[in-house]
Design a binder for this molecule. Structure first.
Ligand code: IDP
Ligand code: MG
Length: 139
């Protein structure tokens, strides 16, 4: 996963609202190829570990509760400049501030339940992908 891969999760609000198909369409239309994918649910411990980097932030508890509240779709995506281009496709963290046409603008509920995750660096894309997928599942 160097330079051309990123990691995403379709978050519980978007799964609950039946947006999986629409979001995957946007991802494919944006030029991303799905390299690995699973429908799963994070335990509270999983969510604490995944978001450990945000432990000191005021919304950490809320984030952990929310991300473990229902099923998610985790996936590894491939495209040139995957991390940066995917952040553009998903839009700003707060959907109220997200650009028109972005996934968060179209499908997110609020700043916490914001429909989708996208890695913020190549290094984190690799760490996050390995959090969900074994070597055998990553092609
Ligand atoms: P990002 O997902 O756009 O990279 P981060 O700042 O890394 O945003 O925050 C991680 C996640 O934490 C966000 O996607 C969102 O679900 C949640 N979050 C961020 N800021 C807030 C906030 O101010 N209140 C509640 N939840 C937040
Ligand atoms: Mg982030």
């Amino acid at each position: 996963m160097q330079g051309n891969r990123t990691f995403t999760m379709i978050k519980p609000d978007a799964v609950e609202n039946n947006y999986i198909g629409a979001i995957l369409d946007k991802i494919n239309a944006g030029g991303f190829v799905i390299k690995a994918m699973k429908f799963t649910q994070l335990s509270k411990q999983d969510a604490e570990q995944f978001y450990a980097i945000h432990k000191e932030r005021p919304f950490y508890g809320e984030l952990v509760e929310y991300m473990s509240s229902g099923p998610i779709v985790a996936a590894i995506l491939e495209k040139d400049s995957a991390v940066a281009d995917f952040r553009t496709l998903i839009g700003a963290t707060n959907p109220a501030e997200a650009a028109e046409g972005t996934i968060r603008k179209l499908y997110a509920k609020d700043i916490s339940a914001n429909a989708i995750h996208g890695s913020d660096s190549d290094e984190n894309a690799q760490i996050e992908g390995r959090f969900f997928f074994s070597e055998r599942e990553i092609h």
